[in-house]
Write a protein that binds this ligand. Structure first.
Ligand code: OXD
Ligand code: MN
Length: 609
């Protein structure tokens, strides 16, 4: 088929009024010539288009419409069993120099990757529609926002991008103004021959998630799932944006954003980095158990941070929706999320009830007697496998959360940055960094137990600096250096305090020592009190801990011995951590900033080694 045979009439219609869009149109033609779609559709982002595409996907068997009375305007998608999570082993950072990708990324030489992908993408959209989805990360035209265009042959990806970003024709105006835009190409890699029947979840066993940092481009092939396919999310808003931030003096982070309001009405703004599936969405929607405190949500996964002219660090949530892990989300763990999901939601890989509603492990204490599981098989509570895949998800507009802040699309000045992870041992419930450089050291050295959000062995401990291990688009040690530099752009008095938190410490009996969830508000309270200077804290070798009486434990039936264990700092284990940190730093050679090596020796000295 030649390009002339491709129906591109609506391309011209959509863009002729914008002089500045010639480049975009040329790029779309180029991708179409390579991938050979049957049709091209420019996504305008209207409700009518969304409804029509949803109808179409239902008719094609790609979405199941849920019971409209129970879950209005909501759908269930079931992925191929081999396409259920981000594939870090097939995620590549193709910088010109290998050292710029660093030892934590899969590097591939860009020219040869381009040749390889030319072969892989050739004809990959045959028989399918190629959607052109212009999107903005951050409010359209906002000062910290950035735009991009994703072409994709997945209708599911289009609908999801419509929730997760501000997608549609208004973004073309920004591009027409000549603003830089990120190019993102996505194909599920399942071309259809003439007359060939489609499957519910087209995908390809060979997958590529490729980022070219220098040219700010993304090419993704073979997967329709989450971060592999919604390229605005991890690929753009973290991998490419971290490189933009490095070059332009800001930070793209795997962080939630919240506002904590004290009983006195004082507002505190927190950003918090946790590895995937460690409770970011829960913390973003926290309902404090302590009287008088409240939390408003700004974002649950990604934050862009920029030093302001006032010396403070300002943050936005570049996304427009939540792509949250479903299992474990229930009335007792995250009632706000459950309320958010009343309708207008795409669920992926959860269970289906006989009434046409969704269910997943943890949604209710008792499982329904009969379900259809995420693979479409009959399921009962006696089944050996879960009804919902452990990485099953909900995709819903952020604006729909009852806890969303009225001004959630605006930038907020940060008072504190939290780093967390799952650590059964060693790391206390909360500790405050001594200063910015020490905070960067803490962020650089955090480790966490692996979860189901990515392929691999659940439970294994891995270093996950700044929770950015799979998401940093350049050399991790350079990224630490960049954090130190950004700290230097802030007014030391106004820079956010940095804290490490760990909700997951276990006692000798293997049970969690801390109740977590809404009770985490007690930790946030202590941090807020530190910020306003009303509590003094207790210096320790690893940072400032709460004086026991400073942590509000009223109404919590927590044995004193458990509280003690939550804050136990064992110098021998910490010295072992320090040895492991030294080994870890060695991976990065002389790119590790001197300031972080000094932090390590300072820690050892304080531990008495
Ligand atoms: C996510 C992740 O989907 O971190 O947010 O995996
Ligand atoms: Mn995430």
């Amino acid at each position: 088929m030649s390009i002339a045979e491709i129906n591109i009439s609506n391309v011209d219609e959509a863009v002729t009024e914008h002089e500045g869009l010639a480049e975009l149109r040329g790029w779309v033609r180029e991708i179409a010539e390579l991938t050979r779609p049957e049709r091209i559709v420019w996504w305008g982002g209207t409700l009518a288009e969304t409804e029509a595409l949803s109808e179409q996907l239902v008719a094609e068997g790609k979405l199941i419409r849920l019971n409209q009375d129970l879950r209005p305007n909501s759908y269930l998608a079931r992925s191929a069993p081999s396409d259920v999570a981000r594939v870090e082993s097939r995620t590549f950072i193709c910088s010109e120099n290998e050292a710029d990708a660093g030892p934590t990324n899969n590097w591939h030489e860009p020219a040869s990757m381009r040749r390889e992908l030319d072969g892989v993408f050739a004809g990959s959209m045959r028989g399918r529609t190629m959607y052109v989805v212009p999107f903005s990360m951050g409010a359209v035209g906002g000062p910290l926002s950035h735009v991009g265009v994703q072409v994709t042959d997945s209708g599911y990806a289009v609908l999801s991008m419509g929730i997760m970003t501000r997608a549609g024709s208004e973004v073309l105006d920004i591009i027409a103004r000549g603003e830089h835009w990120v190019r993102a190409v996505h194909s599920v890699g399942a071309p259809l021959a003439a007359g060939e029947a489609d499957v519910a979840w087209p995908s390809n066993d060979k997958k590529y998630i490729v980022q070219y940092p220098e040219t700010r481009e993304i090419w993704s092939f073979g997967s329709g799932y989450g971060g592999n396919a919604l390229l605005a999310k991890k690929s753009f808003a973290l991998r490419i944006a971290s490189v933009l931030g490095r070059d332009e003096g800001w930070l793209a982070e795997h962080m939630l954003l919240i506002r904590l309001i004290s009983p006195e009405g004082r507002k505190f703004h927190f950003a918090a980095a946790f590895p995937s599936a460690c409770g970011k969405t829960n913390l973003a929607m926290l309902r404090p158990t302590i009287p008088g405190w409240s939390v408003e949500t700004f974002g649950d996964d990604i934050a862009w941070l920029r030093p302001g002219p006032d010396g403070r660090l300002w943050a936005i949530n570049p996304e427009a929706g939540f792509f949250g892990v479903a299992p474990g989300t229930g009335a007792s763990t995250n009632a706000t999320a459950v309320d958010t999901l009343w309708g207008n939601t795409i669920f992926t890989n959860v269970g289906l009830t006989p009434e046409g509603d969704v269910w997943w492990e943890g949604l209710t204490d008792e499982a329904p007697a009969h379900l259809t599981d995420w693979q479409g098989n009959p399921w009962t509570p006696d089944s050996d496998t879960p009804a919902a895949h452990p990485n099953s998800r909900f995709t819903v507009s952020a604006a729909q959360a009852p806890s969303i802040a009225e001004d959630w699309e605006q930038a907020i000045p940060l008072d504190a940055i939290l780093f967390g992870g799952r650590r059964a041992t060693n790391v206390p419930l909360v500790v405050e960094a001594r200063d910015w450089a020490h905070g960067v050291f803490i962020g650089a050295t955090v480790s966490s137990e692996k979860t189901a959000a990515a392929e691999g062995t659940v439970g294994e401990l891995r270093r996950d600096p700044f929770a950015m291990l799979p998401f940093c688009g350049y050399n991790m040690a350079d990224y630490w250096g960049h954090w130190l530099r950004v700290g230097g752009l802030l007014d030391a008095e106004k820079a956010p305090g940095i804290y490490q938190v760990n909700w997951f410490r276990k006692g000798e009996d293997g049970g969690f020592l801390w109740p977590g969830f809404g009770e985490n508000s007690r930790v946030l309270e202590w941090i807020a009190r530190r910020i306003e200077g009303s509590v003094s804290g207790l210096p320790s070798a690893i940072g400032t801990l709460p004086v026991p009486a400073e942590l509000n434990l009223a109404g919590l039936d927590l044995p004193a011995a458990d509280v003690e264990q939550l804050f136990d700092i064992n110098p021998a284990s910490w010295n072992r951590e320090a040895d492991l940190t030294e080994e870890y730093f060695a991976l990065f050679g002389d790119r590790v900033p001197d300031a972080l090596r000094e932090e390590l020796s300072g820690l050892r000295e304080r531990l008495g080694n």
